[in-house]
Design a binder for this molecule. Structure first.
Ligand SMILES: *[C@@H]1O[C@H](CO)[C@@H](O)[C@H](O)[C@H]1NC(C)=O
Ligand SMILES: *[C@@H]1O[C@H](CO)[C@@H](O)[C@H](O)[C@H]1NC(C)=O
Ligand SMILES: *[C@@H]1O[C@H](CO)[C@@H](O)[C@H](O)[C@H]1NC(C)=O
Ligand SMILES: *[C@@H]1O[C@H](CO)[C@@H](O)[C@H](O)[C@H]1NC(C)=O
Ligand SMILES: *[C@@H]1O[C@H](CO)[C@@H](O)[C@H](O)[C@H]1NC(C)=O
Ligand SMILES: *[C@@H]1O[C@H](CO)[C@@H](O)[C@H](O)[C@H]1NC(C)=O
Ligand SMILES: *[C@@H]1O[C@H](CO)[C@@H](O)[C@H](O)[C@H]1NC(C)=O
Ligand SMILES: *[C@@H]1O[C@H](CO)[C@@H](O)[C@H](O)[C@H]1NC(C)=O
Ligand SMILES: *[C@@H]1O[C@H](CO)[C@@H](O)[C@H](O)[C@H]1NC(C)=O
Ligand SMILES: *[C@@H]1O[C@H](CO)[C@@H](O)[C@H](O)[C@H]1NC(C)=O
Ligand SMILES: *[C@@H]1O[C@H](CO)[C@@H](O)[C@H](O)[C@H]1NC(C)=O
Ligand SMILES: *[C@@H]1O[C@H](CO)[C@@H](O)[C@H](O)[C@H]1NC(C)=O
Length: 834
């Protein structure tokens, strides 16, 4: 053996010695507040820490990354108030945390007295206390989790009385004490994963089918990358977590608001990103719509009763308190004992597609073909569903926590209803054919500006100030309905003549939309619901149906007709025609298969689908559409309600601006308007408009800037709750700008280093658009030149507008949490806008 070899051997043994020391606590090697032990792979460390915003000292296991990330806390309910603590092994073998007075504040609490043990932090983040005589683990942190769940952790079902094996939230981001939310698996009937608020369900995964939880949308992509249920030979089961790519630090954490998140570390950003969360939206909250209610994010309001059911307490329901739920309109045939109705027709089943099936499913082992008859034969069976891997599911007394998914996630559910409620809400054959020579005289008291639009439009178009044309034959050429707008006394009566707009028959539209069936509902437009329709041998269409008896809706309807029928641009949605028959007033548009930008961008299931070049072309498309409105078209139009849900996408994801219900037309050199009626959407409204009712092209530019930042970041302006930072997107962006960390704003899904300069340029332009002072904001033509790099030197932005009013709307999360979760942020109207 050479000397060198000998020296190497010595070095090697010293190194090994060093290694075993750094990941282990021995009675002879306690750790003080300033010290840590580090797992052999250096991924994890154990030591004292203080959460952000707190001075308390906790002992915890932390991810060894640049952002402090604790995944387990020992003395969570008994923090230390100074740095005098130690972690050590007591004579009885217990692992303990001691304060400065050597009092035990936390202990592993093993009672069988051991004398010789040591604590080791393993590479898997598991902290084990082992018996030195045989190396067996006698206690492990895996079995006493805090708020986080990592690869390989095992959670047993909660049924055990004394089981502490649950993930429990912190009380607040700065307070690690046990909070009210917990997370675990409930093995009853069919295993489901729950988040509980104390002992009440707060979120539910839906049943486990052996591979996925069928109530988690697009769980397929979480397969082998998330939590799953593992059965054991003796019939019991447990839940475990695994992640597809082990080289990316990933974990689940239950935050203090009950939000379960999968967080992944992104090296490029030196920060965690939320890759999945259980609470995407309000509909994910357990039993949001009460018994027999169904939650659909695209509906407004989001809760409706199942067909055949009506609100139990209509007063509460209409106030938006849906927890009271719904009840049957008509008693089921099978429940009637009365011989008088013996001849009544059999009950039937209504099919709901792509839903999260209700809670309390009972499994029966019958074939699919017999599932329905089995349910029918039992009067207390209210619904059934059949799902691969689970089999026949049936429900008893009430149906709770049903959610309608967009897309094909979820299962088909068959709900039992009485014959008379069998979905034949309205029979076409009974519809009275009305004489179409009708004159609809509407007395609409609206602000003078809408009338000014008509005056202006008439003047422009007909070259005639005394406009008195007629709304032409809107049905079959012979009839002539007239809209007469009677305005304030000082205004004349104006009548509007619409030509060139094709007319659709009501019956055809009703057929095309299956009688405006709720399953065909695409969303809620400015003045009424929008349905998808299919014309026989024709294209798919979108039908906007004016809510009946709504004077304001009528004004917006007419406004939309006037504005949009004159416009033609590839980035504006195309109006195909209209329909005015009886009480029905409808507009027909080209159908946009990719729905709205809102759904595409903020629905995490879709996000991967939009890469940077696509997002770039969407931003540019919106900009070009806006330029056309502001400058290119014969009329100058201020949209006033530009937002993600008003941008529709065609099959190639080309953006089309829609919803001109509150747009305004300007005279040639007029460049600013005033209104007493502020209409728009908070978060997108420029401050001068929201506060003072002043609007101009620059207020549209502001909204465009918000949209741009949302598209680049993939985050909704008003949705910063996940980070537990009460910030709005604009404020966040402004902070990052000042810290020169703008890249942190970029959606990680589009982060490619080769695009970075371009992305940063876009953000810069976005910040210029949202500047507080309207005059500082560039015109949309300039914005487009800046984006395309024709204008190379961009001025530094001044502080964006996040006015007190906006900030409070954006940052407060009251119990009634609509705004932050609503995908469908409905246009709101504030009448007192000064
Ligand atoms: C620590 O890690 C090194 C290399 O990563 C490995 O060679 C060694 O065996 C590990 N030690 C222990 C005790 O696992
Ligand atoms: C964290 O990990 C890095 C390697 O990734 C290592 O160099 C460093 O020492 C670790 N930090 C601690 C506190 O262990
Ligand atoms: C810290 O806590 C101890 C009790 O655990 C208490 O006696 C002491 O006064 C506290 N010190 C401060 C500065 O609050
Ligand atoms: C240990 O036991 C004590 C007394 O029974 C109890 O107060 C404490 O909460 C236990 N600690 C843990 C970590 O279970
Ligand atoms: C504990 O066990 C280790 C390893 O087996 C041994 O080196 C040490 O002397 C023991 N300590 C006591 C106090 O028994
Ligand atoms: C959790 O439950 C408590 C009462 O048990 C309630 O006050 C609180 O609002 C609930 N939290 C949520 C987010 O529902
Ligand atoms: C089933 O077996 C596992 C180990 O295989 C054991 O941990 C569990 O306690 C057993 N459950 C029951 C109910 O016997
Ligand atoms: C895991 O992630 C790393 C880093 O992002 C990547 O380089 C690697 O290709 C990924 N592995 C797999 C199997 O996806
Ligand atoms: C994030 O989620 C998607 C599916 O939603 C998955 O494909 C991807 O692998 C996840 N990323 C990580 C790092 O787990
Ligand atoms: C509905 O709820 C309100 C308030 O909770 C109550 O006063 C009223 O009696 C209820 N009505 C019915 C029909 O239960
Ligand atoms: C909602 O309605 C239920 C039952 O009708 C009632 O008990 C509860 O107090 C209501 N909640 C609110 C916030 O009004
Ligand atoms: C029908 O009869 C059963 C018992 O025969 C009774 O419990 C139930 O209340 C009756 N239902 C009605 C609606 O009369």
């Amino acid at each position: 053996m050479s000397l060198l070899q000998f020296l190497l051997m010595i070095l090697h043994s010293i190194f090994l010695e060093f290694c075993t020391c750094t990941d282990t606590i021995l009675p002879s090697h306690p750790i003080k507040d300033s010290e840590t032990i580090v797992s052999n792979n250096t991924n994890f460390k154990l030591g004292f820490f203080s959460p952000e915003g707190s001075k308390n000292r906790y002992v915890g296991i932390l991810y060894n990354v640049t952002v402090q990330t604790s995944i387990w806390v020992a003395n969570r309910d008994k923090p230390l108030n100074d740095s005098s603590g130690t972690v050590t092994i007591m004579e009885d073998g217990n692992l303990v945390v001691l304060d400065g007075q050597q009092e035990i504040v936390w202990s592993s609490n093993l009672t069988n007295s051991l004398v010789n043990s040591s604590a080791q932090l393993l590479d898997t983040w598991n902290l084990i206390l082992k018996d030195n005589s045989n190396g067996r683990a006698i206690w492990q942190s895996f079995q006493h989790p805090s708020d986080s769940c990592l690869q390989g952790m095992r959670l047993d079902p909660v049924s055990n009385e004394d089981d502490k094996n649950l993930i429990t939230s912190w009380n607040s981001p700065s307070d690690a004490s046990t909070g009210s939310f917990s997370f675990g698996v409930d093995p009853l009937n069919i295993p489901q994963v729950f988040v509980w608020n104390d002992s009440n369900p707060y979120w539910r995964s839906g049943p486990w089918n052996g591979q996925i939880f069928i109530g988690i949308p697009n769980m397929d992509s979480l397969r082998n990358n998330g939590f799953h249920v593992v059965p054991e030979d003796n019939g019991s089961l447990y839940m475990t977590v695994s992640f597809a790519n082990q080289s990316i630090p990933t974990y689940f954490v239950l935050n203090s608001k009950g939000c379960l998140m999968q967080k992944c570390w992104y090296d490029g950003y030196e920060d965690w990103r939320v890759n999945w969360t259980n609470l995407e939206n309000e509909c994910d909250v357990y039993a949001k719509c009460g018994a027999f209610g169904i939650c659909n994010l695209l509906d407004s309001p989001i809760c409706t009763c199942l067909e055949g059911f009506e609100p139990k307490n209509i007063t509460e329901w209409s106030k938006g308190n849906w927890t009271s739920g719904c009840e049957r309109k008509t008693q089921l045939q099978c429940e009637r004992n009365n011989s008088l109705v013996k001849e009544g027709k059999e009950d039937g089943f209504l099919k709901l597609t792509s839903v999260k099936v209700p809670d309390f499913a009972e499994r029966s082992y019958v074939e699919e073909a017999n599932c329905e008859s089995r349910c029918l034969s039992n009067c207390s069976c209210t619904a059934y569903s059949y799902y691969e891997g689970i089999g026949c599911m049936q429900w008893g007394a009430s149906l709770i926590d049903i959610q309608k998914f967009s897309g094909s996630s979820g299962a088909d559910l068959y709900v039992r209803v009485a014959y008379s409620d069998f979905g034949i809400a309205f029979h076409l054959s009974n519809l009275k054919k009305k004489n179409m020579d009708l004159v609809i005289a509407l007395t609409v008291t609206i602000g003078s500006i809408t009338v000014a639009i008509f005056t202006y439009w008439m003047a422009k178009r007909e070259g005639c100030k005394k406009a008195s044309a007629l709304l032409q034959s809107l049905s079959r050429g012979k009839s002539s309905p007239v809209y007469s707008y009677q305005s304030s006394p000082q205004e004349k009566l104006h009548q509007v003549y619409i030509e060139e707009l094709p007319v659709f028959e009501f019956e055809k539209l009703a057929k095309a939309t299956e009688n405006f069936h709720s399953m065909n509902k695409l969303g809620q437009g400015g003045f009424g619901p929008v349905y998808k329709g299919k014309l026989p041998d024709g294209p798919d269409i979108a039908v906007k149906r004016l809510s009946r008896s709504s004077g304001q809706g009528m004004a917006e309807f007419m406004n939309e007709v006037v504005v949009i029928s004159k416009l033609q641009h590839r980035n504006l949605v195309r109006l195909l025609g209209c329909c005015v028959e009886g009480e029905e007033t409808m507009l027909i548009y080209e159908y946009m298969p990719n729905k709205s930008l809102d759904a595409l961008l903020f629905d995490p299931r879709n996000q991967d689908f939009v890469d940077w070049s696509k997002r770039m072309s969407i931003i540019e498309g919106i900009g070009r559409g806006l330029l056309y409105l502001h400058r290119d078209s014969r009329l100058r139009i201020i949209h006033r309600d530009l937002k993600a849900s008003n941008i529709l996408l065609d099959e190639e994801l080309n953006p089309k601006i829609s919803d001109f219900g509150i747009a305004r037309i300007f005279e040639g050199n007029q460049d600013q308007g005033n209104t007493v009626r502020v209409v728009g959407t908070y978060g997108y409204m420029a401050p001068e408009y929201a506060m003072e009712g002043r609007f101009s092209e620059k207020s549209d530019v502001f909204s465009f800037g918000v949209l741009l930042l949302e598209i680049v970041s993939g985050r909704r302006n008003t949705s910063f709750y996940q980070d537990e930072h009460s910030l709005s997107l604009l404020w966040f962006a402004w902070q990052l700008w000042n810290e020169e960390k703008l890249l942190k704003l970029v959606d990680p899904k589009i982060s490619k280093s080769c695009f970075q300069t371009e992305i940063l340029r876009y953000i810069h332009v976005g910040l210029l658009c949202v500047q507080e002072v309207a005059n500082d904001r560039p015109a949309i033509s300039v914005v487009l030149s800046m984006l395309s790099n024709e204008i190379k030197d961009l001025p530094a932005p001044t502080q964006p507008a996040f006015t007190g009013r906006q900030a409070s709307l954006d940052t407060e999360f009251p119990q009634q949490s609509r705004t932050r979760w609503s995908v469908n942020n409905v246009t709101i109207t504030a009448l007192e806008g000064r």
